[in-house]
Write a protein that binds this ligand. Structure first.
Ligand SMILES: O=C(O)CCC(=O)C(=O)O
Ligand SMILES: [Fe+2]
Length: 365
């Protein structure tokens, strides 16, 4: 799966920025200086009222974003009981009857919100599809829980929620998690601003009603080595926070600069934070949007709950001043438009078949 060998070279294949890419596996004297583990960052200082503490945290965060693109956020302050309860409810949701889940099948909405069935996603065309089922929700002014003004551009519902009484627990459970993750993300974004030598509130104005998603995912244990839970990819947003359920064998893997997959062990109640394509873009590539995948080969059911964060849909952004090279022109782009462009790339590249003539597009954040 997703590895090819020529006479003397091995390549790892992935989707980067929505388009296929590959990386040569470098060993021995060819190996570069790269990471072999994810840094662990103690986030307690995010709540400090001393700017020096927050700046010190930002320094560590900035180094991780530059050198790895991934880090563990420990002591993040989000209620651990809430995380446990959400996992329990996510597990319960995926255990519901297929008809109950299929009522909100993601193909019924423009933004592919709702339920994604097994093997419908396919990030690695050499596989039969992603061995996972998922549920995606996100910013939607028509959901009263979000307490947002409805404007003409936001007046159409985006999310879908199951109506069967057996699923009534799910919506409030996901919203409790969504609210907590959104609050934490806003604080984290302020640390990112400091890490980029910007005023702490630099991104506040463009993140008043951010584009966000919670995706709840269930990965059954995979029996075949040629399967994959989610094919190798980079994320398509500003940054992602992942909570993963406990499995003895690590399932999430991150690709280092030598084309070696680095396992991301489960750490109780921590978030795995990763920088995604948009932040790579605005930092002129200084921050890494690192390729990752999931292979659930340890024989246990696995659940994860990524939270994806991007600025307001109507915000316009560009490469930050300090990352610009003299004489180069830098385009400003609309966050929503850029997002849509990525969805469109995915519509043509994440199809059921390598020839791009497949039956089904796979939306991807
Ligand atoms: O399940 C995980 O740990 C990661 C999922 C992921 O990479 C994604 O949904 O983009
Ligand atoms: Fe991802």
């Amino acid at each position: 799966m997703s590895t090819t060998e020529t006479q003397s070279e091995t390549y790892v294949h992935y989707h980067d920025g929505g388009v296929p890419g590959k990386r040569r596996v470098l060993v021995g004297t060819e190996a570069k200086d790269t990471f072999n583990a994810l840094p662990k960052i103690d986030m307690r200082r995010i709540y400090s009222d001393k700017i020096e503490d927050r700046k010190e945290l930002a320094k560590e965060v900035g180094a991780a974003c530059r050198d790895v693109g991934f880090f563990y956020a420990v002591n993040h302050g989000v209620d651990e009981h809430l995380l446990d309860d959400t996992f329990a409810d996510v597990r319960k949701f995926f255990g519901l009857l297929t008809e109950v889940k299929m009522e909100v099948h993601n193909q019924k909405t423009e933004k592919f919100r709702g339920y994604e069935a097994f093997l419908e996603g396919k990030l690695d065309p050499s596989t039969r599809g992603d061995l996972k089922e998922g549920f995606l929700m996100g910013e939607d002014a028509t959901d009263p829980e979000q307490n947002r003004p409805i404007t003409p551009s936001t007046s159409k519902p985006r999310n879908q929620w199951p109506s069967h009484p057996s699923a009534s627990f799910f919506r409030p459970a996901i919203y409790a998690y969504y609210d907590a993750m959104l609050t934490f993300s806003r604080r984290l974004l302020r640390i990112f601003a400091l890490a980029l030598d910007l005023p702490e509130d630099y991104f506040d104005a463009i993140t008043t009603t951010p584009m966000t998603n919670v995706r709840a995912v269930h990965y059954p244990p995979q029996e075949s080595d040629s399967d994959v839970g989610i094919g190798a990819h980079t994320d398509f947003c500003w940054f992602t926070l992942v909570c993963q359920s406990k499995t003895a064998y690590p399932a999430l893997e991150v690709l280092n600069g030598n084309g070696i997959w680095v396992p991301v062990e489960h750490q109780p109640h921590t978030f795995v934070v990763n920088i995604a394509d948009f932040l790579k873009l605005v930092t002129g590539g200084q921050w890494m949007s690192t390729v990752h995948r999931v292979r659930n080969i340890g024989g246990e059911e696995r659940y994860s709950m990524p939270f994806f964060f991007s600025p307001n849909e109507e915000a316009r952004v560009s490469v930050l001043e300090q990352f610009r090279k003299e004489g180069e022109m830098y385009e400003r782009f609309g966050v929503g438009e850029y997002f849509q462009k990525r969805l469109d790339i995915d519509r043509t590249t994440h199809l059921d078949g390598e020839d791009g003539e497949g039956k089904r597009a796979r939306p991807y954040v």
